[in-house]
Design a protein around this ligand. Structure first.
Ligand SMILES: NC(=O)c1ccc[n+]([C@@H]2O[C@H](COP(=O)([O-])OP(=O)(O)OC[C@H]3O[C@@H](n4cnc5c(N)ncnc54)[C@H](O)[C@@H]3O)[C@@H](O)[C@H]2O)c1
Length: 433
């Protein structure tokens, strides 16, 4: 099939490259000329494990091409995936202007029967609005709208595309459902459920999914904060909770809050969507507030330990919002680093892949290091922010020799306090000592 992807970011590029790998001919469109120029020369604009191989393979076979021309894109695909961003607006609601502008272009340029598939995360009611945009602009349009939210995780996106837990499709006609199944032939296997439902339900499933995971994280973070004041160990508490099959151990690691381009904005968007219909989503509002507070926790702990931070050197390990990605959107590291700068501290940072992203935010106000060893020189504390594998097994006794004061503030509870202390460090964890 000929498939067009509009929006060639994390979701669009992974979807496009993986669909090309399934044998489809895919044209990826983006308004960002730099991104398209990079992609045309085989350069991937962000770090995502395994993506480079899939992109190169599909390019070599001539099944994956790139353009900035939306008209060309709309004319090319019988199937058009809408994968543009839906960022938060100031009031928390999703900015749908990019999604609607794609619908406008499809109304303007499309000829004949096509599916416009919304893969971006959008509030319930958005497919209906896209339908209205298209049919107001072009009453004879034969374009059908489909909602097909994406559940891939950055850092495991290629694997998640090929091994999804579920495929959710919202549509109005049997033909649309059948075409989506055809698009995903090769991805759909007997053990992967395809849920076929209405537009609004498909759209709501994505928000419910992300809001639940965010709630689970804020829940265990609240338990951790209570453990902190009571002297209990949240790691053991969450391990025991996870043994209850009704709870499951996933997303029960206490830490310094969730970040990324999805959870924070999706929780806020669902709260705002509910409010626009007169419902006060009080639980989800608290989930968001708890998460915002949790991102300042490392700074609070440092102020408690050191008093003034002014003039001291601190080493921050990890900038990306989670391991295996270069994405720093809404990362907890940004709150910590800005707080340290504001408190007059000198900040050394190290991340295996997200240094360029940090430079574009903090410029010359912090020091960018090429190794953990370099980052700890003369420092008063290490802040572990992102739990990259390479941070898990470090020789603290050796690193400590270069430090002014040996304090480890473990924002993800990845170290064994007893061993770290044996290596001469003071250990500060989240809900454990
Ligand atoms: N990143 C994830 O892990 C993830 C997972 C599931 C769902 N989602 C959802 O998918 C959507 C996209 O997320 P993302 O992380 O890929 O965003 P992104 O910012 O990485 O990519 C969006 C791309 O769309 C392009 N764009 C914007 N307007 C355009 C237009 N009119 N025409 C062509 N291109 C346009 C931008 O230049 C950008 O490259 C969001 O709604 C997000 O919530 C993201």
């Amino acid at each position: 099939m000929n498939i067009t992807i509009v929006g060639s970011g994390y979701v669009g590029l992974v979807t496009g490259a993986c669909l090309a790998n399934l044998g489809h001919f895919v044209l990826c469109v983006d308004i960002d000329e730099t991104k398209i120029t990079q992609l045309r020369t085989g350069e991937i604009p962000f770090y995502e494990p395994g993506l480079n191989e899939v992109v190169q393979k599909s390019r070599e076979k001539g099944r994956l091409t790139f353009t900035t021309d939306i008209k060309e894109g709309v004319l090319f695909g019988n199937i058009i995936f809408n994968c543009v961003g839906t960022p938060s607006m100031n009031n928390g609601s999703a900015d749908l202007s990019y999604v609607f502008s794609v619908a406008e272009s499809v109304a303007e340029f499309s000829q004949g029967y096509k599916l416009l598939i919304n893969k971006s995360t959008v509030p319930p009611g958005t497919a209906q609005k896209c339908f209205e945009i298209i049919h107001t602009k072009n009453p004879n349009s034969q374009v059908e709208i489909v909602s097909n939210p994406e559940f891939l995780k950055e850092g495991a996106a290629v694997h998640d595309f090929t091994h999804p837990d579920k495929i959710v499709v919202g549509a109005k006609t049997d033909k649309a459902f059948a075409l989506v199944r055809k698009v995903y032939t090769g991805r759909v296997r007997t053990y992967i459920p395809v849920l076929e439902t209405s537009w609004e339900t498909a759209e709501m499933i994505k928000y419910a999914n992300n809001s639940f995971l965010s709630t689970k994280i804020s829940f265990i973070n609240e338990i951790a904060n209570i453990c902190d004041v009571l002297g209990a160990d949240v790691k053991v508490v969450s391990q025991a909770m996870g043994m209850d099959y009704r709870i499951s151990p996933k997303f029960l690691n206490a830490g310094i809050g969730y970040g990324g381009s999805c959870f924070p904005k999706d929780v806020r968007a669902l709260v705002a969507t509910a409010a626009s219909c007169g419902y006060n989503a009080s639980l989800l509002k608290r989930v968001d507030v708890l998460n915002t507070n949790q991102k300042s926790l490392l700074l609070t702990k440092a102020l408690k330990r050191f008093g003034s931070l002014s003039g001291k050197i601190f080493s921050v390990w990890g900038i990306s919002f989670k391991p295996k990605t270069s994405d720093v959107r809404e990362a907890a590291s940004l709150v910590l680093i800005q707080g340290l700068i504001d408190a007059g501290a000198v900040v050394n940072v190290y991340d295996p892949v997200a240094m360029d992203e940090a430079k574009s935010i903090f410029g010359n106000s912090i020091t960018y290091c090429t190794s953990l060893e370099e980052s700890v020189k003369d420092s008063s504390a290490i802040f572990l922010v992102t739990e990259w594998d390479e941070f898990r097994n470090v020789n603290f006794a050796e690193l400590g020799k270069q430090m002014k004061e040996k304090v480890l503030i473990d924002g993800r509870n990845i170290y064994e306090p007893v061993l770290v202390k044996e290596e001469g460090f003071e250990y500060v964890g989240i809900g454990r000592r």
